[in-house]
Design a protein around this ligand. Structure first.
Ligand SMILES: Nc1nc2c(c(=O)[nH]1)N[C@H]1C(S)=C(S)[C@@H](COP(=O)(O)O)O[C@H]1N2
Ligand SMILES: [Mo]
Length: 199
């Protein structure tokens, strides 16, 4: 008798966890420096290109955009991974809708309340690959994990998932963000163990 293979084979844990990582049930907090207190009444999210602000939205406007559930594994460069984390937020595609110009917008610097920054190629935050999330486990995102809103780019090491996000600065060229200036990899692919500059 002929059995069709199931369309989606559940990946076993070994194949889901990048090299050098260990799965944790905890959700460690990793913050360098201040944990800013950001009130949603003051919150603004800005998208900039050079000196121009292409979009500026407040909390109410952000929440009126299409909210998406995201279930994903996350990987921290300090060697923990967490499987099937559940988030909710707005796709970066939605945030860039109508303003994205692929001839000029090649890289992005995410900037945050508190001053943290991290750089990414624009390709890595479009096409459903990144969200600005405001909920974790169906609850408002805790302040220590970046509440009220953080970037979530789960296919890269978690330092790229900027907490307390304030906006995205689009540009033509790549320049190092906070950790990248201190030697963290410019790209940060966990499957290639791109932890530091020479990896
Ligand atoms: N604004 C800001 N975002 C940040 C950081 C930070 O120090 N400040 N740390 C990064 C690092 S190194 C990691 S591993 C993750 C940790 O997220 P968590 O604290 O929710 O686990 O946030 C990233 N985003
Ligand atoms: Mo990290």
């Amino acid at each position: 008798m002929f059995f069709k293979k199931p369309y989606k084979v559940e990946k076993d844990e070994d194949n889901r966890v990048p090299p050098g990582q260990t799965v944790t049930e905890q959700f460690p907090v990793l913050t360098d420096g201040v944990t800013p207190e950001v009130n949603t009444s003051d919150w603004v999210f800005e998208i900039k290109y050079q000196e121009d602000t292409l979009r500026s939205i407040n909390w109410k406007e952000f929440n009126s955009l299409k909210q998406m559930p995201v279930t994903t594994d996350i990987h921290c460069v300090t060697r923990w991974s967490k499987l099937d984390t559940e988030w909710e937020g707005v796709s970066v595609d939605t945030l860039l809708d109508g303003i994205f110009d692929d001839t000029k917008h090649k890289y992005v610097m995410a900037f945050c309340y508190g001053g943290y920054t991290t750089n990414l190629p624009i390709e890595d935050i479009i096409g459903g690959k990144a969200h600005v999330v405001t909920k974790y486990d169906s609850k408002d995102l805790e302040r220590e994990h970046g509440g009220p809103a953080r970037l979530l780019v789960p296919h890269l090491y978690l330092w790229k998932s900027a907490k307390w996000i304030k906006g995205l600065h689009l540009g033509e060229s790549d320049s190092p963000g906070y950790w990248e200036q201190y030697g963290y990899h410019m790209y940060g692919d966990p499957w290639k163990e791109q932890r530091f500059w020479n990896d």
